[in-house]
Design a protein. Structure first.
Length: 193
């Protein structure tokens, strides 16, 4: 990621995704799930979930790994996983080149965290890595009233009354990159991590 190629100007607004982009949280996330599953599920056969660096373990993965979970068990695991996460903060790792960009530009440019992470987990992760005060604004996971996914980029641009053409995005997920384009951000201003 060569910053000279990025050509960041004073009027650019920098949007950073968190999980898998600014901070690698996948291993801590998996360990949090594993501990929640072990503490809440009394399975005769041990449930073995291995770390896959190419795929984040999430709610859909949980349903595949343990297909016979009741909705109550599923919700308890999710809640416990969120509580466990703080124990594994030391297993999160910064994306140093991207953090260097954030640190270089947070005083001269508007820097915005735009994440689908829940507020409490995002804040403890940012706090652990001393990054909370490096953002002008922070947007957390948001879902519509009918539980549908919201385009986090469109939401941030609208909430801040920005011109999408001034935004540079740092993102790792293809679906989120597509959302950034749908929000009017130029493809050339989207840096895939």
């Amino acid at each position: 990621m060569n910053e000279l190629k990025l050509n960041i100007q004073k009027d650019n607004i920098l949007f950073f995704d968190m999980d898998g982009t600014l901070v690698d949280t996948d291993y801590a996330n998996l360990l949090s799930y594993k501990k929640a599953i072990q503490s809440l599920i009394k399975a005769e056969n041990k449930i073995n979930i291995e770390f896959n660096p190419n795929e984040r373990f999430n709610r859909a993965s949980l349903k595949i790994a343990i297909p016979n979970l009741t909705e109550t068990e599923f919700e308890k695991i999710i809640k416990q996983k969120e509580e466990n996460y703080k124990e594994y903060l030391s297993e999160t790792k910064l994306n140093k080149p991207l953090v260097d960009i954030l640190l270089k530009h947070h005083k001269t440019n508007k820097t915005v965290l735009v994440t689908n992470c829940r507020e409490d987990r995002a804040l403890i992760t940012l706090s652990y890595h001393n990054l909370t005060d490096k953002f002008s604004n922070i947007f957390f996971r948001k879902v519509s009233e009918n539980k549908k996914r919201i385009n986090k980029y469109k939401n941030a641009i609208s909430s801040l009354s920005l011109s999408a053409q001034t935004v540079i995005v740092f993102e790792n997920e293809t679906l989120e990159i597509e959302d950034a384009i749908l929000a009017g951000i130029f493809a050339k201003n989207i840096i895939k991590i």
